[in-house]
Design a protein around this ligand. Structure first.
Ligand code: BEZ
Length: 230
């Protein structure tokens, strides 16, 4: 079947990433299969040899180890050729002294970009700045889209990755600006009670000082063993 059972529309968070056979600066890859068991951040950029993209690539490269410590690999993508990617990263190495060691997909025909909604409309000549976080089971957990004129924030991407992993590990949700929220600091949200019985349980747990609640639908708690660096 042509689309292997996946929707022909761009995927959304919660969907499995469509199977993509890609050509990269480090050889061929099959996504998400080749990354099973690891997270990956797949990000598109408008084009090689452009200044904002260069600043992003340098920032991603300088933070690659921080991503890898979170079991997350980086994969770039644009509709440039693999030769253009190679010449661009050579320039970055020679001029800025930064090695780009993560693979960059050469999606010359735009087939993968179109499939992922990275090309806003037919005939559009370059990918937008998209970010897909894909979890170790191949499911898309977060999608961001930035325009040409705004480079992405690497600290926010790392925060988002840590937040997703913390949410998964503890079955909690992360508040705005976690871990520096204006109401609950570095504490995390317990998913709202969805039955009268659960709401009562929450309030009882709050009375026993096991958790804190502002109301039955707004309960939160400390996470044990949270590292200061989080
Ligand atoms: C840039 O990365 O600098 C850029 C890319 C596309 C349009 C404008 C700027």
């Amino acid at each position: 079947m042509e689309n292997q059972g996946y929707s022909v529309f761009p995927p959304f968070i919660g969907d499995r990433l469509p199977r993509l056979e890609v050509h990269t600066t480090l050889g061929n890859r099959v996504l998400p299969d080749d990354y099973e068991g690891r997270w990956f951040m797949l990000f598109s950029h408008p084009g090689d040899f452009t200044p904002v993209c260069t600043t992003e690539f340098v920032s991603f490269a300088k933070n690659q180890e921080a991503f890898q410590q979170l079991n997350c690999e980086l994969i770039g993508l644009s509709i440039d050729t693999v030769f253009a990617h190679m010449k661009w990263i050579e320039w970055v190495q020679n001029r800025l002294g930064v090695s780009i060691t993560f693979p960059i997909i050469a999606d010359e025909l735009g087939n993968n970009s179109r499939r992922l909604g990275m090309l806003p409309r037919e005939g559009y000549k370059r990918t937008v700045r998209s970010v897909f976080f894909v979890d170790p089971n191949g499911f898309i957990r977060l999608i961001l889209t930035y325009p040409d004129e705004l480079g992405r924030n690497t600290s926010e991407l790392l925060r988002a990755l840590k937040g997703l992993q913390t949410a998964d590990a503890n079955r909690v949700a992360m508040p705005a600006n976690w871990p520096n929220n204006e109401i609950i600091g570095d504490q995390v949200i317990i998913p709202p009670a969805n039955t009268v019985m659960k709401a009562r349980e929450r309030l009882e747990a709050a009375q026993a000082q096991e958790i804190e609640c502002l109301d039955w639908w707004f309960c939160y708690k400390d996470l044990p063993n949270r590292k200061e660096t989080d």
